[in-house]
Design a protein around this ligand. Structure first.
Ligand code: CO8
Length: 258
């Protein structure tokens, strides 16, 4: 465990709960991203039996990428920020152990990406989830898009992405963006344990190979185009129009509160 990520492993089941705890909204800054990636890689090395990703917050799973990482960025840091996000996604999307998102709060944009990268999603009622990038005037990268397409299918992904649609828990269940609704965080963890428990009877290697047969193409695509993807991101981030847009969005987030 580290300051923004808590890892607790159940000695009996071998299942790890990875809790994001960067207040107030688990926005993904360089440190949270790096700590998550380290935690997931450590679990891989220690041959854990399953991983449940959740949040310490009562109302937000993750608010997505930390806008402050992209607003008037230091060039060296924003470069590392994006490379570490790519790395985190490749690690989570391709991990060998069963992965479940226990979505106990709002999960927009990057929060939705993390959720979709798991194998199973359980969400609490009255929250929202989706790739809302177009609504913010930005474009979700191709690997965000691929992840959504793989989760809910072409047609539904196209509608969701073009509209920048944020689904309520009920809508997400209907469209297949989540798999189950839980009444509380404890219930979500219990349901996640139950999902992971099903693999106790399945030989791990065939399980992993099957998972990767479905997922490795998109992972390899990013691995091969990491640098181009980075350059495309940097170009967008450094565009004055993007900076103006982020500034207005930050102001609107503050005003919503006042
Ligand atoms: N980054 C940085 N700070 C944030 C973020 C964020 N993503 N989200 C919220 N905050 C800040 C708020 O400004 C506020 O700060 P302060 O206390 O200083 O006023 C604090 O966190 C608490 O936020 P709220 O008061 O809004 O908390 P609520 O519990 O009322 O609401 C929500 C939580 C629903 C998560 C709400 O904060 C929200 O909607 N946040 C924005 C979510 C969002 O749209 N994220 C998109 C990020 S972009 C992304 O992930 C992918 C981009 C990929 C392509 C990039 C190409 C350029």
């Amino acid at each position: 465990s580290s300051n923004f990520v808590n890892v607790s492993v159940n000695d009996k089941s071998g299942v790890a709960i990875v809790t994001m705890q960067r207040e107030p909204v688990n926005s993904l800054n360089l440190e949270l991203i790096t700590q998550l990636k380290t935690a997931l890689s450590d679990l891989e090395r220690n041959k854990c039996r399953g991983m449940i990703l959740t949040s310490a917050s009562k109302s937000v799973f993750s608010a997505g990428l930390d806008i402050m990482e992209m607003y008037k960025p230091n060039q060296e840091r924003v470069r590392n920020f994006w490379l570490s996000l790519q790395d985190l996604w490749m690690t989570l999307y391709g991990c060998s152990y069963p992965s479940v998102a226990a979505i106990n709060g709002h999960s927009p944009a990057g929060g939705c990406l993390l959720s979709m990268s798991c194998e199973y999603r359980i969400m609490l009622p009255n929250f929202t989830i989706g790739l809302n990038e177009t609504k913010l005037g930005i474009i979700a990268p191709s690997w965000f898009v691929a992840t959504m397409k793989n989760t809910i299918g072409f047609r539904k992904a196209e509608m969701a992405l073009t509209l920048g649609f944020l689904f309520t828990t009920e809508e997400a269940l209907k469209v297949g963006l989540i798999d189950e609704v839980a009444s509380s965080k404890e219930d979500a963890i219990a349901k996640a344990d139950k999902f992971i428990g099903q693999f106790a009877k399945i030989p791990p290697q065939p399980r992993t190979i099957s998972k990767l047969m479905l997922r490795s193409k998109d992972i390899e695509t990013l691995r091969k185009t990491k640098e181009q993807d980075l350059q495309a991101f940097l170009q967008v981030v450094n565009d004055p129009k993007t900076q103006k847009g982020l500034e207005l969005y930050l102001e609107s987030l503050k005003q919503r509160k006042a």
